[in-house]
Design a protein around this ligand. Structure first.
Ligand code: PLP
Length: 404
């Protein structure tokens, strides 16, 4: 059966990238690699919207999260982090592991992070060295208003702003320099459309200064080495050469489409998934939904794991499940990276069929059909999604840097 991947990492890989990945290996200390690496370094600046170097690490996204912590802080420091899901929680785990006192801002999963709460917390903890944020919390499908929150932190404290942009970069608007972000991170298997194995991290000048005095132990993730070697278009260690060759192609595709149009596309696809699902009686879990992944709340009587299994076995559609207390209660559909209008129609169509197959003639069908008026219509989602997909552009974006 044909498989279609709609998970918040890994995401589908374009054929152009797949064929680049299968090229014969080259040596990373040679001129041909340096040329490819040079191009990726430039294009990553465009993607991050920064003038600073973006370091490529051979590690999954969590490696870059750890790199942020060990390069900024010293043992005994304290740092604020937002805990509103699995990935926000991870910041707390890393901080604790390195004897940094974590100060959590607890946000109920799927709820909105208020800028005022962030302001109060940074004012209450003036010694906190940094604020660790998750732009798009993939476990709940929730986005924060990153521009506003960064502004709030910068206006009320000197704390560095560290952003996990792993499921947002290449999908949601992020402008590192213009928004005053100090550390920005992403991974390869999300908006970047290449397989897992690489992560990317950029430091502002202010963060570079903090790195000079940071005393936490580090070797592989010591960014000073990376900033030194990048001048020669090199990495300190053997990089995942083939992934960087694939990255080069993916970044050219991103440049060709243009960041603003990519953000518009993700906005359109996300709305189509949410509206399509709503027409099937499935509500979006988050009160501040992310444009890269939608968590859908399961109605009474539908088990999320059973629905996922039906989607996979009957329709070849792979979506993610809920984590921790959301297991079985939500399913998560990613619309992230190499995804277009017709992919969305496919996933919404399959969702309609799978819901009907799952509920059969039982009670949930009655409650679903009550919501949709007359009997459950598995095609209602597709109709609603098509309507969304043909709507005019909701919001246009201005870029700080174009790097022509
Ligand atoms: C995927 C993801 C991560 C973790 O990345 P790994 O590549 O699995 O280490 C962290 N944060 C967010 C928001 C993610 O979506």
């Amino acid at each position: 059966m044909k498989q279609r991947l709609f998970t918040p990492g890994p995401t589908p890989i374009p054929e152009e990238v797949l064929s680049a990945l299968s090229r014969p290996i080259i040596h990373h200390r040679q001129a041909d690699f340096k040329e490819i690496f040079r191009r990726t370094c430039t294009e990553l600046k465009y993607l991050f919207q920064t003038k600073e170097d973006v370091v490529t690490l051979t590690a999954s996204g969590t490696g870059a999260m750890e790199a942020a912590v060990v390069n900024l802080l010293s043992s005994g420091d304290s740092a604020i982090y937002v805990d509103g899901g699995k990935f926000g929680e991870r910041w707390g785990h890393i901080l604790k592991q390195y004897s940094v006192t974590p100060i959590p801002i607890k946000v109920e999963w799927g709820s909105v992070l208020e800028a005022e709460t962030v302001r109060e917390t940074v004012l209450k903890h003036p010694k906190a060295k940094a604020v660790f944020l998750t732009h798009s919390e993939s476990s709940t499908g929730t986005a924060i208003d990153l521009k506003r929150i960064s502004e709030t932190v910068n206006n009320s404290s000197k704390a560095l702003i560290v952003v996990d942009g792993i499921s947002s970069i290449g999908a949601l608007e992020v402008q590192m320099d213009a928004w005053g972000i100090d550390v920005l991170i992403t991974g390869s298997q999300k908006g970047l459309m290449i397989p897992p194995g690489l992560s990317f991290i950029a430091f502002s000048q202010r963060a570079r200064e903090a790195a000079r005095t940071s005393r936490l132990p580090k070797f592989y993730f010591d960014l000073e080495r990376a900033w030194e070697t990048v001048k020669e278009m090199q990495t300190p260690w053997t990089p995942a050469i083939s992934l960087i060759v694939g990255l080069d192609v993916a970044l050219q595709m991103i440049r060709q489409e243009g960041l603003q149009d990519i953000w518009i596309r993700h906005d359109r696809l996300a709305h189509a998934v949410r509206e399509g699902s709503a027409a099937l009686g499935l509500e979006t879990f988050s009160k501040s939904p992310s444009n890269s992944v939608t968590a859908l709340l399961m109605p009474q009587g539908i088990d999320g794991e059973a629905l996922r299994s039906q989607l996979r076995k009957k329709h070849g559609i792979i979506v993610a499940g809920g984590q921790d207390h959301l297991k079985g209660k939500v399913i998560r559909i990613a619309h992230l990276g190499h995804v277009d209008n017709l992919d969305i129609i496919a996933v919404v169509a399959a969702l309609g069929m799978a819901v009907e197959e799952c509920v059969g003639g039982s009670d949930p069908a009655a409650s679903l059909s009550a919501r949709s008026g007359t009997g459950f219509d598995p095609g209602a989602g597709v109709k609603a999604a098509l309507r969304e997909l043909s709507k005019p552009v909701r919001h246009r974006f201005e870029l700080e840097y174009s790097y022509q």
